[in-house]
Write a protein that binds this ligand. Structure first.
Ligand SMILES: Nc1ncnc2c1ncn2[C@@H]1O[C@H](COP(=O)(O)OP(=O)(O)OP(=O)(O)O)[C@@H](O)[C@H]1O
Length: 269
């Protein structure tokens, strides 16, 4: 059987990055970086610390202007669009940042309602009703809507930030280390939630992670950043057998072997 994710790589990519360069002064983070995101896939983006995973994410979502190269999104070159056209394209993205980035003085419902009020012009009342639907979609109990971020566990904060990323019904979701700081059970539950949402909402997902379990359980393809570019982007088994020191240490070290075993046992159970 061909899964939806395998079939999708035969379609045109939703995001097409070509020849991307990002430099900060003398520091060259990316050079000649190419990467595609296909419809309906969960793409895991991995690499050593400082290889530029977050910088890549920020370039694609329009928070950082690249030094060179092109980023085509939904068939349009971001660099060539006017500010108004860019924000129309960027509205089709949902982003979950590494630290959640919720407003601490607002309840969860108010946090999620904010983009609905600002971007769609919903009344506060309607936005908060819709926010409760998004919070439920992210797996939070009804009473969480009235709580403030300081009252929540790390896992609940991630879910609330996910609800906010889903507020405007995005087509592409960008997640920057969504399971960082969660315990293994919380992280596994979050992985399942991401897969469920992809299937239910038809999302395409760009997922920056260090979490090997997430790669094995949730990702259709994995892209490895190394030497300022994407070294390989493919199915996990192909990536794991690529001849490269970092890949060998990462996928075939003790943690990599444990994640592989757990994924394998899970499929057999
Ligand atoms: N605004 C900036 N100004 C200068 N340097 C920056 C800026 N943003 C990122 N960098 C540098 O770019 C490099 C890549 O950073 P980035 O946060 O993308 O790495 P990463 O792969 O996501 O790392 P980690 O896995 O540790 O989160 C780092 O050396 C960082 O210091």
């Amino acid at each position: 059987m061909v899964s939806a994710a395998q079939a999708s790589v035969n379609e045109a990519p939703l995001i097409r990055v070509r020849g991307l360069a990002n430099r900060f002064g003398q520091h060259r983070v990316h050079e000649a970086l190419d990467l595609d995101l296909y419809p309906g896939e969960i793409l895991g983006v991995v690499g050593g610390s400082g290889t530029g995973k977050s910088v890549l994410l920020r370039s694609i979502v329009g928070l950082l202007r690249p030094s060179a190269g092109s980023i085509e999104v939904f068939g349009e070159d971001l660099q060539r669009l006017s500010a108004v056209e860019r924000s129309r394209v960027e509205r089709r993205f949902g982003v979950l940042f590494q630290r959640g980035a919720l407003f601490t003085s607002l309840t969860l419902a108010e946090n999620v309602a904010l983009p609905l009020i600002e971007h769609i012009g919903l009344s506060r009342r309607d936005a908060e009703v819709l926010a409760q639907v998004k919070l439920a979609l992210a797996g939070l109990p009804v009473e969480a809507a009235r709580q403030y971020p300081a009252e929540l566990s790390g896992g609940m904060i991630k879910r609330a930030a996910l609800a906010r990323a889903l507020a405007l019904d995005p087509e592409v979701l960008f997640l920057d280390e969504p399971t960082a700081g969660l315990d293994p059970i919380g992280a596994a539950a979050f992985d399942r939630l991401i897969m469920t949402l992809r299937d239910a909402l038809g999302l395409s997902i760009f997922l920056v992670t260090h979490d090997l379990d997430t790669l094995y359980t949730a990702c259709d393809r994995v892209a490895v950043l190394s030497q300022r570019r994407v070294l390989v982007a493919n199915r996990l088994d192909v990536v794991a057998s690529t001849d490269d020191d970092w890949i060998r240490d990462y996928f075939h070290g003790p943690r990599g072997r444990a994640a592989h075993r757990a994924a394998h046992d899970g499929k057999e159970a």
